[in-house]
Design a protein around this ligand. Structure first.
Ligand code: FMN
Length: 343
């Protein structure tokens, strides 16, 4: 059972994480450029995309690119996936030597290519193997080791509390819970009651995740579940301000949505970093997605997306982006999705 007061800040092992607002790992999204921007806007910890332990051991070029880091983004959690404890432990040692401040173990990826290897969410089906995995990694590194889990494999196999306990007993320093089942993928709502059950069951820090769409949801998740930290994924895409706004809310300060001019500037900076971080690689598709994130929720954004789709150069995309943001004046984006977790 927990022995610390709720809301006392987040510390994972020896790493202090302030208010515990964490950028979620998102494959194909949370590259170095995304993480640098999230840190600048208040994320206390950023997490890499999931990285294959086998890829690390083989020294794959694409895996090496995922491990590229800069001092400004630290503290950095690098997330590893794999099904074989010894291989994951060896990969963790290499990754920690390259500067990861925390090793996070992926136990939630529902992609069949991953689960077929006994990795990702497949581990939830075998809590004893979760324990062996954490023990092996714990012995291989001196940095904190965390696990990111789902509620269970299916509605009939909800076992997140058991898995969290196994991870804690094996030496995990924290557990992050995205409370949807593997079968659910991203459908339906995240069941925050599962977060509450875990905070009641373990004494290591618990990070809650799932369906934080607006800054006030972060506070609501803490209040409702007693979790120690909050992880934000999709809502940070094109909206890094969500981290600082959530902090301002807790401090009782007024937070204002950034004006369109500021959005444009940050988007341009993000694009610059995106380009810098992938020298020699084609930009057009990635840059288009990134611009679309920053335009979400604004009036006219669907026509804007259609116009971007017709662009064959980055220069043209930038030109129409400048026009789009300039035409917005002081308009604020509309919040996406319906209100949830009103508590
Ligand atoms: C495009 C995408 C990629 C993701 N990749 C990963 C990943 O590599 N590792 C992981 O543990 N979770 C991954 N997730 C899940 C997120 O980390 C997070 O648990 C989920 O999106 C729920 O949080 P949110 O509602 O704040 O987005 C991914 C999610 C998305 C949308």
């Amino acid at each position: 059972m927990r022995d610390r007061p709720i809301g006392s800040g987040l510390r994972i092992g020896r790493v202090n994480l302030g208010q515990g607002l964490i950028l979620a790992p998102m494959a194909g999204i949370t590259d170095l450029s995304f993480r640098l921007i999230a840190r600048r806007f208040g994320a206390d910890l950023v997490t890499s995309e999931m990285v294959s332990a086998e890829g690390v051991l083989r020294g794959n070029t694409s895996t090496r690119a995922l491990l590229h880091t800069r001092p400004q983004e630290r503290p950095l959690a690098v997330q590893l996936f794999g099904g074989e404890p010894r291989a994951v432990a060896e990969a963790a040692r290499i990754v920690a030597d390259r500067g990861a401040d925390i090793i996070d173990l992926n136990m939630g990826c529902a992609v069949p290519k991953v689960t077929r290897q006994g990795a990702g969410a497949a581990l939830l089906l075998d809590p004893a193997r979760v324990g062996r995995m954490v023990t092996a990694v714990r012995q291989a590194v001196t940095v904190p080791v965390t696990v990111k889990i789902r509620s269970g494999w299916s509605r009939k196999q909800i076992n997140a509390v058991e898995v969290a306990r196994c991870a804690e007993d094996a030496g995990a320093d924290a557990v992050t819970i995205h409370p949807r089942t593997t079968k659910q993928g991203f459908s339906g709502a995240a069941d925050w009651d599962v977060i509450s059950s875990i905070t009641a069951a373990v004494s290591i820090p618990v990070v809650g995740n799932g369906d934080i769409r607006r800054p006030e949801h972060a506070k609501r998740m803490r209040d409702l579940t007693g979790c120690d930290g909050v992880m934000i994924g999709r809502a940070a895409m094109g909206n890094p301000w969500i981290f600082q706004q959530a902090k301002q809310l807790v401090a009782g300060e007024l937070s204002r949505p950034p004006p369109p001019g500021e959005r444009l500037d940050v988007m341009l900076d993000h694009l610059r970093l995106f380009q810098e971080c992938r020298p020699g690689r084609p930009l057009l598709v990635g840059a288009r997605s990134l611009i679309i994130w920053y335009s979400r929720g604004f009036p006219g954004s669907s026509q804007f997306r259609a116009a971007l789709a017709g662009c064959s150069t980055c220069a043209r995309m930038l030109e129409i982006s400048r026009n789009f943001f300039a035409a917005l004046g002081e308009t604020s984006p509309q919040a996406e999705g319906e209100e949830m977790h009103e508590g």
